[in-house]
Design a protein around this ligand. Structure first.
Ligand code: COA
Length: 371
Protein backbone atom coordinates (compact mmCIF):
# COMPACT_ATOMS: atom_id res chain seq x y z
CA UNK A 1 0.00 0.00 0.00
CA UNK A 2 1.37 3.44 -0.87
CA UNK A 3 0.37 6.87 0.33
CA UNK A 4 1.08 9.93 -1.77
CA UNK A 5 3.37 12.21 0.24
CA UNK A 6 3.27 9.66 3.11
CA UNK A 7 -0.11 11.22 3.93
CA UNK A 8 -1.56 9.61 7.03
CA UNK A 9 1.43 7.30 7.52
CA UNK A 10 2.96 6.97 10.98
CA UNK A 11 6.67 6.86 10.17
CA UNK A 12 8.10 6.27 13.66
CA UNK A 13 7.60 7.11 17.29
CA UNK A 14 8.63 10.26 19.12
CA UNK A 15 8.31 11.68 22.62
CA UNK A 16 8.95 15.29 21.67
CA UNK A 17 5.64 16.77 20.56
CA UNK A 18 2.02 15.93 19.79
CA UNK A 19 0.47 17.41 16.66
CA UNK A 20 -3.21 17.14 15.86
CA UNK A 21 -4.11 14.98 18.87
CA UNK A 22 -7.75 15.82 19.53
CA UNK A 23 -7.48 15.28 23.28
CA UNK A 24 -4.34 17.29 24.11
CA UNK A 25 -3.63 19.35 21.00
CA UNK A 26 -0.16 20.64 20.26
CA UNK A 27 2.31 19.98 23.07
CA UNK A 28 6.09 20.10 23.45
CA UNK A 29 7.27 17.38 25.85
CA UNK A 30 3.84 17.37 27.47
CA UNK A 31 3.41 21.14 27.82
CA UNK A 32 0.56 22.78 25.93
CA UNK A 33 1.62 25.26 23.26
CA UNK A 34 -0.94 27.68 24.68
CA UNK A 35 0.81 27.67 28.06
CA UNK A 36 4.27 27.87 26.53
CA UNK A 37 3.33 30.78 24.25
CA UNK A 38 1.58 32.66 27.07
CA UNK A 39 3.96 32.02 29.96
CA UNK A 40 7.33 30.97 28.65
CA UNK A 41 10.22 32.39 26.63
CA UNK A 42 11.99 30.99 23.59
CA UNK A 43 15.17 30.11 25.55
CA UNK A 44 13.11 28.04 28.00
CA UNK A 45 11.46 26.23 25.10
CA UNK A 46 14.76 25.62 23.27
CA UNK A 47 16.18 24.19 26.50
CA UNK A 48 13.07 22.05 26.99
CA UNK A 49 13.38 20.63 23.48
CA UNK A 50 17.12 20.03 23.47
CA UNK A 51 17.60 18.92 27.10
CA UNK A 52 14.18 17.40 27.82
CA UNK A 53 12.91 19.53 30.75
CA UNK A 54 12.09 23.16 31.42
CA UNK A 55 15.10 24.84 33.05
CA UNK A 56 15.05 26.02 36.67
CA UNK A 57 15.45 29.76 37.18
CA UNK A 58 19.20 29.36 37.75
CA UNK A 59 19.59 27.08 34.74
CA UNK A 60 17.72 29.54 32.55
CA UNK A 61 20.05 32.36 33.60
CA UNK A 62 23.10 30.25 32.78
CA UNK A 63 21.56 28.96 29.53
CA UNK A 64 20.89 32.52 28.37
CA UNK A 65 24.49 33.46 29.23
CA UNK A 66 25.72 30.40 27.38
CA UNK A 67 23.78 31.33 24.24
CA UNK A 68 25.04 34.92 24.49
CA UNK A 69 28.58 33.54 24.53
CA UNK A 70 27.92 31.51 21.37
CA UNK A 71 26.97 34.41 19.10
CA UNK A 72 30.41 35.16 17.71
CA UNK A 73 31.31 34.19 14.15
CA UNK A 74 34.69 32.73 13.22
CA UNK A 75 36.67 34.81 10.68
CA UNK A 76 36.17 32.12 8.01
CA UNK A 77 32.40 32.47 8.37
CA UNK A 78 32.57 36.26 8.12
CA UNK A 79 34.70 35.97 4.96
CA UNK A 80 32.24 33.48 3.49
CA UNK A 81 29.29 35.76 4.26
CA UNK A 82 31.09 38.63 2.55
CA UNK A 83 31.85 36.46 -0.49
CA UNK A 84 28.31 35.19 -0.99
CA UNK A 85 26.47 37.13 -3.72
CA UNK A 86 24.19 39.86 -2.36
CA UNK A 87 21.40 38.20 -4.37
CA UNK A 88 21.72 35.01 -2.28
CA UNK A 89 18.52 33.92 -0.56
CA UNK A 90 19.14 34.14 3.20
CA UNK A 91 18.00 30.51 3.57
CA UNK A 92 21.00 29.60 1.42
CA UNK A 93 23.14 31.84 3.62
CA UNK A 94 22.15 29.76 6.64
CA UNK A 95 22.49 26.41 4.86
CA UNK A 96 25.98 27.38 3.69
CA UNK A 97 26.93 28.92 7.05
CA UNK A 98 25.86 25.77 8.92
CA UNK A 99 27.93 23.65 6.55
CA UNK A 100 31.05 25.76 6.97
CA UNK A 101 30.69 25.93 10.74
CA UNK A 102 30.55 22.13 10.71
CA UNK A 103 34.05 22.04 9.23
CA UNK A 104 35.46 24.49 11.79
CA UNK A 105 33.72 23.38 14.98
CA UNK A 106 33.52 19.69 14.18
CA UNK A 107 30.95 17.61 16.05
CA UNK A 108 32.62 14.94 18.16
CA UNK A 109 35.76 17.05 18.68
CA UNK A 110 36.38 19.02 21.89
CA UNK A 111 33.33 17.39 23.48
CA UNK A 112 30.91 18.76 20.88
CA UNK A 113 27.60 16.90 20.90
CA UNK A 114 24.34 17.34 19.02
CA UNK A 115 23.08 19.45 21.94
CA UNK A 116 26.09 21.79 21.90
CA UNK A 117 25.85 22.08 18.10
CA UNK A 118 22.15 22.92 18.56
CA UNK A 119 22.95 25.64 21.09
CA UNK A 120 25.70 27.08 18.91
CA UNK A 121 23.54 27.21 15.78
CA UNK A 122 20.54 28.61 17.66
CA UNK A 123 22.77 31.34 19.08
CA UNK A 124 24.71 32.27 15.94
CA UNK A 125 22.22 31.88 13.08
CA UNK A 126 20.91 35.39 13.85
CA UNK A 127 24.48 36.70 13.78
CA UNK A 128 25.08 35.07 10.38
CA UNK A 129 21.92 36.55 8.92
CA UNK A 130 22.57 40.06 10.23
CA UNK A 131 26.27 40.04 9.31
CA UNK A 132 25.46 38.99 5.74
CA UNK A 133 22.53 41.44 5.51
CA UNK A 134 24.32 44.49 6.88
CA UNK A 135 27.44 43.79 4.81
CA UNK A 136 25.55 43.53 1.51
CA UNK A 137 22.66 45.95 2.12
CA UNK A 138 24.56 48.67 3.98
CA UNK A 139 28.22 47.99 3.30
CA UNK A 140 28.94 47.56 7.05
CA UNK A 141 31.02 44.95 8.87
CA UNK A 142 29.15 44.57 12.15
CA UNK A 143 30.18 43.27 15.53
CA UNK A 144 27.95 40.25 16.12
CA UNK A 145 27.96 40.60 19.91
CA UNK A 146 25.08 42.42 21.60
CA UNK A 147 23.89 43.07 25.15
CA UNK A 148 20.46 41.66 24.30
CA UNK A 149 19.69 38.70 26.55
CA UNK A 150 17.35 36.93 24.18
CA UNK A 151 17.76 35.25 20.81
CA UNK A 152 14.91 37.39 19.47
CA UNK A 153 16.31 40.67 20.85
CA UNK A 154 19.79 39.84 19.51
CA UNK A 155 18.46 39.26 16.00
CA UNK A 156 16.32 42.42 15.97
CA UNK A 157 19.08 44.64 17.33
CA UNK A 158 21.75 43.29 14.98
CA UNK A 159 19.48 43.71 11.96
CA UNK A 160 18.52 47.30 12.83
CA UNK A 161 21.70 48.44 14.58
CA UNK A 162 19.57 49.67 17.51
CA UNK A 163 18.46 48.13 20.82
CA UNK A 164 15.40 45.97 20.22
CA UNK A 165 11.91 47.39 20.83
CA UNK A 166 10.32 45.47 23.71
CA UNK A 167 6.94 44.92 22.03
CA UNK A 168 8.54 43.61 18.84
CA UNK A 169 11.03 41.51 20.76
CA UNK A 170 8.24 39.89 22.79
CA UNK A 171 6.18 39.23 19.66
CA UNK A 172 9.13 37.69 17.81
CA UNK A 173 9.94 35.62 20.90
CA UNK A 174 6.43 34.14 20.91
CA UNK A 175 6.61 33.24 17.23
CA UNK A 176 9.92 31.47 17.89
CA UNK A 177 8.13 29.39 20.53
CA UNK A 178 5.35 28.55 18.07
CA UNK A 179 7.83 27.66 15.32
CA UNK A 180 10.25 25.64 17.48
CA UNK A 181 8.86 22.14 17.01
CA UNK A 182 6.19 20.29 15.05
CA UNK A 183 6.72 16.52 15.04
CA UNK A 184 7.47 14.75 11.72
CA UNK A 185 7.08 17.74 9.39
CA UNK A 186 9.12 17.63 6.17
CA UNK A 187 12.26 19.37 7.46
CA UNK A 188 12.35 17.48 10.75
CA UNK A 189 11.82 14.21 8.94
CA UNK A 190 14.71 15.19 6.64
CA UNK A 191 16.90 15.77 9.71
CA UNK A 192 15.92 12.33 11.03
CA UNK A 193 16.63 10.63 7.69
CA UNK A 194 20.09 12.24 7.56
CA UNK A 195 20.73 11.28 11.19
CA UNK A 196 19.59 7.71 10.62
CA UNK A 197 22.59 7.13 8.32
CA UNK A 198 24.86 8.02 11.30
CA UNK A 199 25.69 11.39 9.74
CA UNK A 200 26.48 14.51 11.79
CA UNK A 201 24.20 17.18 13.25
CA UNK A 202 25.37 19.95 10.92
CA UNK A 203 24.42 17.80 7.92
CA UNK A 204 21.02 17.10 9.49
CA UNK A 205 20.42 20.83 10.02
CA UNK A 206 21.72 21.79 6.55
CA UNK A 207 19.39 19.20 4.97
CA UNK A 208 16.49 20.39 7.10
CA UNK A 209 17.09 24.00 6.03
CA UNK A 210 16.90 22.86 2.41
CA UNK A 211 13.57 21.14 3.09
CA UNK A 212 12.18 24.10 5.03
CA UNK A 213 13.00 26.55 2.24
CA UNK A 214 10.21 25.46 -0.12
CA UNK A 215 6.88 27.31 -0.28
CA UNK A 216 4.82 24.28 0.75
CA UNK A 217 6.71 24.24 4.07
CA UNK A 218 8.53 27.13 5.80
CA UNK A 219 8.77 29.27 2.68
CA UNK A 220 5.02 29.85 3.02
CA UNK A 221 5.49 32.78 5.44
CA UNK A 222 7.55 34.65 2.85
CA UNK A 223 5.13 33.69 0.06
CA UNK A 224 2.16 34.79 2.22
CA UNK A 225 3.75 38.23 2.70
CA UNK A 226 4.32 38.56 -1.03
CA UNK A 227 0.66 37.79 -1.57
CA UNK A 228 -0.69 40.07 1.18
CA UNK A 229 1.54 42.99 0.18
CA UNK A 230 0.47 42.70 -3.45
CA UNK A 231 -2.99 44.05 -2.53
CA UNK A 232 -3.91 47.69 -1.97
CA UNK A 233 -6.98 47.01 0.14
CA UNK A 234 -9.15 44.27 1.63
CA UNK A 235 -11.60 44.75 -1.23
CA UNK A 236 -8.82 44.32 -3.81
CA UNK A 237 -7.64 41.20 -1.93
CA UNK A 238 -11.09 39.61 -1.96
CA UNK A 239 -11.47 40.12 -5.73
CA UNK A 240 -8.01 38.70 -6.49
CA UNK A 241 -8.31 35.73 -4.15
CA UNK A 242 -11.59 34.76 -5.82
CA UNK A 243 -9.85 34.85 -9.21
CA UNK A 244 -6.94 32.84 -7.87
CA UNK A 245 -9.26 30.20 -6.46
CA UNK A 246 -11.13 30.04 -9.76
CA UNK A 247 -7.79 29.43 -11.45
CA UNK A 248 -7.15 26.68 -8.85
CA UNK A 249 -4.08 28.46 -7.50
CA UNK A 250 -2.73 27.81 -4.03
CA UNK A 251 -3.20 30.57 -1.46
CA UNK A 252 -0.03 30.55 0.59
CA UNK A 253 -0.46 30.31 4.35
CA UNK A 254 -3.65 28.23 4.11
CA UNK A 255 -4.21 24.52 4.57
CA UNK A 256 -2.19 21.97 6.46
CA UNK A 257 -1.37 18.31 6.07
CA UNK A 258 -2.41 17.48 9.65
CA UNK A 259 -4.72 20.29 10.75
CA UNK A 260 -7.88 20.17 8.69
CA UNK A 261 -9.96 22.07 11.30
CA UNK A 262 -7.52 24.84 12.08
CA UNK A 263 -3.95 25.27 13.25
CA UNK A 264 -3.91 25.86 17.06
CA UNK A 265 -0.96 28.25 16.61
CA UNK A 266 -2.87 30.49 14.24
CA UNK A 267 -5.12 32.34 16.76
CA UNK A 268 -2.05 33.07 18.90
CA UNK A 269 -0.07 34.55 16.02
CA UNK A 270 -3.14 36.37 14.71
CA UNK A 271 -3.51 38.09 18.07
CA UNK A 272 0.15 39.15 17.93
CA UNK A 273 -0.36 40.54 14.42
CA UNK A 274 -3.35 42.56 15.62
CA UNK A 275 -1.56 43.95 18.66
CA UNK A 276 1.50 45.02 16.66
CA UNK A 277 -0.64 46.53 13.90
CA UNK A 278 -2.84 48.44 16.39
CA UNK A 279 0.17 49.71 18.29
CA UNK A 280 1.74 51.00 15.06
CA UNK A 281 -1.65 52.41 13.95
CA UNK A 282 -1.03 50.60 10.68
CA UNK A 283 -3.60 47.87 10.15
CA UNK A 284 -3.45 47.66 6.34
CA UNK A 285 -1.86 44.20 6.11
CA UNK A 286 -3.83 42.90 9.08
CA UNK A 287 -7.12 44.01 7.48
CA UNK A 288 -6.13 42.47 4.15
CA UNK A 289 -5.16 39.23 5.93
CA UNK A 290 -8.46 39.05 7.80
CA UNK A 291 -10.39 39.49 4.57
CA UNK A 292 -8.38 36.72 2.90
CA UNK A 293 -9.12 34.51 5.92
CA UNK A 294 -12.85 35.25 5.60
CA UNK A 295 -12.85 34.50 1.86
CA UNK A 296 -10.89 31.25 2.30
CA UNK A 297 -13.29 30.07 4.99
CA UNK A 298 -16.37 31.01 2.95
CA UNK A 299 -15.14 29.60 -0.38
CA UNK A 300 -12.96 26.63 0.65
CA UNK A 301 -13.65 26.01 4.36
CA UNK A 302 -9.92 26.39 4.74
CA UNK A 303 -8.08 27.79 7.78
CA UNK A 304 -4.88 29.83 7.94
CA UNK A 305 -1.80 28.04 9.21
CA UNK A 306 0.91 29.56 11.44
CA UNK A 307 2.72 31.06 8.46
CA UNK A 308 -0.15 33.29 7.37
CA UNK A 309 -0.34 35.77 10.28
CA UNK A 310 3.35 35.27 11.10
CA UNK A 311 3.99 37.19 7.88
CA UNK A 312 2.25 40.30 9.26
CA UNK A 313 3.95 39.91 12.65
CA UNK A 314 7.38 39.81 11.03
CA UNK A 315 6.56 42.68 8.71
CA UNK A 316 5.43 44.79 11.68
CA UNK A 317 8.66 43.85 13.48
CA UNK A 318 10.56 45.44 10.59
CA UNK A 319 12.05 42.15 9.40
CA UNK A 320 12.74 42.04 5.63
CA UNK A 321 10.46 39.53 3.88
CA UNK A 322 13.32 37.31 2.67
CA UNK A 323 14.31 36.83 6.34
CA UNK A 324 10.94 35.37 7.40
CA UNK A 325 11.81 31.73 6.72
CA UNK A 326 15.36 32.13 8.09
CA UNK A 327 13.78 33.33 11.36
CA UNK A 328 11.81 30.08 11.32
CA UNK A 329 15.18 28.28 11.05
CA UNK A 330 16.47 30.02 14.19
CA UNK A 331 13.44 28.68 16.06
CA UNK A 332 13.21 25.21 14.52
CA UNK A 333 16.90 24.36 15.03
CA UNK A 334 16.09 23.39 18.64
CA UNK A 335 13.32 21.08 17.40
CA UNK A 336 15.52 19.54 14.72
CA UNK A 337 18.28 18.88 17.25
CA UNK A 338 15.81 17.31 19.69
CA UNK A 339 14.90 14.88 16.89
CA UNK A 340 18.56 14.24 16.01
CA UNK A 341 19.17 13.26 19.64
CA UNK A 342 16.02 11.12 19.78
CA UNK A 343 16.80 9.40 16.47
CA UNK A 344 20.32 8.55 17.62
CA UNK A 345 19.08 7.16 20.92
CA UNK A 346 17.14 4.43 19.12
CA UNK A 347 18.48 4.48 15.61
CA UNK A 348 17.31 2.46 12.66
CA UNK A 349 18.24 3.46 9.10
CA UNK A 350 15.22 5.16 7.50
CA UNK A 351 14.91 3.46 4.15
CA UNK A 352 11.39 2.91 2.83
CA UNK A 353 10.35 1.10 -0.37
CA UNK A 354 8.80 2.45 -3.53
CA UNK A 355 6.12 1.15 -5.84
CA UNK A 356 7.87 0.58 -9.18
CA UNK A 357 6.13 2.29 -12.13
CA UNK A 358 8.95 2.10 -14.72
CA UNK A 359 9.39 -0.04 -17.87
CA UNK A 360 9.06 -3.84 -17.79
CA UNK A 361 12.23 -5.96 -17.92
CA UNK A 362 13.69 -5.56 -21.43
CA UNK A 363 16.80 -6.72 -23.29
CA UNK A 364 19.90 -4.52 -23.11
CA UNK A 365 20.55 -2.61 -26.36
CA UNK A 366 24.21 -2.31 -27.38
CA UNK A 367 25.51 1.21 -27.95
CA UNK A 368 25.98 0.68 -31.72
CA UNK A 369 22.39 -0.51 -32.09
CA UNK A 370 20.70 2.38 -30.26
CA UNK A 371 18.85 5.00 -32.28
N1 COA B 1 -5.04 27.19 -1.34
C1 COA B 1 -5.98 26.70 -2.18
N2 COA B 1 -6.30 25.41 -2.23
C2 COA B 1 -5.65 24.58 -1.40
C3 COA B 1 -4.68 25.03 -0.50
C4 COA B 1 -4.38 26.40 -0.49
N3 COA B 1 -3.47 26.89 0.33
N4 COA B 1 -4.19 23.98 0.20
C5 COA B 1 -4.85 22.91 -0.24
N5 COA B 1 -5.71 23.26 -1.21
C6 COA B 1 -6.60 22.37 -1.95
C7 COA B 1 -5.77 21.49 -2.88
O1 COA B 1 -5.58 22.11 -4.13
C8 COA B 1 -6.61 20.27 -2.95
O2 COA B 1 -7.68 20.49 -3.83
P1 COA B 1 -8.23 19.33 -4.77
O3 COA B 1 -8.66 18.23 -3.84
O4 COA B 1 -9.33 19.97 -5.52
O5 COA B 1 -7.06 18.92 -5.63
C9 COA B 1 -7.21 20.16 -1.55
O6 COA B 1 -7.19 21.48 -1.02
C10 COA B 1 -6.42 19.24 -0.65
O7 COA B 1 -5.09 19.69 -0.58
P2 COA B 1 -3.82 18.77 -0.57
O8 COA B 1 -2.76 19.36 -1.47
O9 COA B 1 -4.18 17.35 -0.81
O10 COA B 1 -3.37 18.90 0.92
P3 COA B 1 -1.97 18.46 1.48
O11 COA B 1 -2.22 17.92 2.82
O12 COA B 1 -1.21 17.63 0.54
O13 COA B 1 -1.21 19.85 1.52
C11 COA B 1 -0.31 21.85 2.14
C12 COA B 1 -1.01 20.59 2.62
C13 COA B 1 0.13 22.65 3.35
C14 COA B 1 0.95 21.49 1.33
C15 COA B 1 -1.27 22.69 1.27
O14 COA B 1 -2.42 23.01 2.02
C16 COA B 1 -0.61 23.91 0.70
O15 COA B 1 0.04 23.84 -0.35
N6 COA B 1 -0.77 25.09 1.39
C17 COA B 1 -0.15 26.31 0.94
C18 COA B 1 1.30 26.35 1.40
C19 COA B 1 1.42 26.55 2.87
O16 COA B 1 0.78 27.40 3.47
N7 COA B 1 2.33 25.77 3.47
C20 COA B 1 2.63 25.86 4.89
C21 COA B 1 2.10 24.67 5.61
S1 COA B 1 2.26 24.87 7.36
Amino acid sequence: MTSSGLNGITAGSSGISTVGHEDIGLTYRGYSIKDLAAKSTFEEVAYLLIYGELPSKALLVSYRKKLMGLRHLPEQIKKLLEMLPSSTHPMDVLRTGASLLGTIEVEGKNGRTAATVGDRLTACFGSMLAYWYRYHARNEKIDTESDEETVSGHFLSLMSGKPSDSLKQAALDKTLILYAEHEFNASTFTARVVTSTLSDSYSAVAGAIGALRGNLHGGANEAAMQLISSFDSAHDAEKSILHMLEARRLIMGFGHRVYKNGDPRSPIVKDLAKRLSDSAADTKYYDISERIETVMMREKSMHPNLDFYAATVYHMCGIPTAMFTPVFVIARTSGWIAHVIEQRANNKLIRPLSDYTGPKLRPYVHLEERV
